[in-house]
Design a protein around this ligand. Sequence first.
Ligand SMILES: [Zn+2]
Length: 224
Amino acid sequence: MLVVGCILLAVYLAINVNKVIHSSKHQNDAQTEKVLLIDPGHGGRDGGASASDGTVEKNINLAISLPLADMLRIFGYPVGMTRVNDRMVCDSELVPLRQQKISDMKNRLKKYNSSRLTISIHQNHFSQSQYHGTQIFYGKQNEESRLLAASIRQIVLDKLQPQNTRELKKATKDIYLLSNATTPAIIIECGFLSNSTELSKLKDEEYQQNMACAIACGVLAYNP
Ligand SMILES: [Zn+2]
């Protein structure tokens, strides 16, 4: 299943052999090192944004996050995930959705702050349909967040979206997880569910894997 997405990866590896050899050190240190945390946004009762055809953000977030985690493991990084299936990350005894969402955010933040770095995967939505393209937000508390975001942005643009002119964005206070994370953390809004062309791509398994691959290559190029 990962074969298609890994074609890009193979090309990238072929021209970055030294970095890959260097990163293999992570294999030996996997037990002691903090994980790279992949955070598929939303889940369970919290679907996130939804498209006009009923596509729900949480499912696309997971569909990109799972191959991304696999690819980073192939590189030898210790990888953690906030969720690997369709659920919230809240304490199980809570019932009202609002309480679940608060608990979900707090639990995710704990995981962020005990990880080496976090990449949170989301999808965008806007009232006007013409907007498209990946947008990456970085937490301002840690300079590494911006550097990691810049590395990933470069490869996403090179490999998938040469027309994309979106600059990195520093997270404002209303992005709770990024403004409260003390470790490096970024949010990747992979694309807009409100743009029909981009929605078709985001629903396509091959594109999802190519997006995961571009993000993984960006992590590798940054070499945390
Ligand atoms: Zn979202």
